[in-house]
Design a protein. Sequence first.
Length: 197
Amino acid sequence: MRSMRGWWLGLAAAMLLSACATTGSRLVEPGPNPAGQKLTINSEMEWTRGADSRYQVWTIDGELLNLLYLIPYVKEGEYIFLGQRQGKRRPDGPYYHRGMRQDELRDLISDGLLQAGLVGIEASNLRPVNFGSHEGLRFDLTMVNSEGLAYQGYVAAFEHEKGLALAIWIAPSEYYFPRDAAKVSRMLDTLRWNSGG
């Protein structure tokens, strides 16, 4: 069995397959913050994040204890966590397509997490949410790693003119999830896409 650190690193590698490695970290202060190209989010807490790229990874206590993935846009036909594209050689898999129903997006994201090495994934509480002028969705996650440690998380997603904006927060069910769940939930509702300029 892989260690917990190996499991997290495998998740990070799969979710962020095509992006360049982040170096260093910067403080994210409470208030409105950029979350990548044209995507903003309002945080109630301090976080650290890696260098800007096509995605951002934020953490409070370290990547093994809480991770927030922010992807401003997944393009048409692209793997849900970036990287490979759908094609004749890869016709099946968790590839995003514009106009998917909310339940299809939930299942697509869950399938991507399964391919990233998570087990026992259960998605619940699927609901519509408006992110400014964009209609989207939220749902909750539970999962277990290969050592039996339980995790919980939240997903928020909405379509805009460039593709699908996606945010995923994951933390251990014991202590870290209950400690930050309410603040992160409110935070995810503040996701906005700035279409201008």
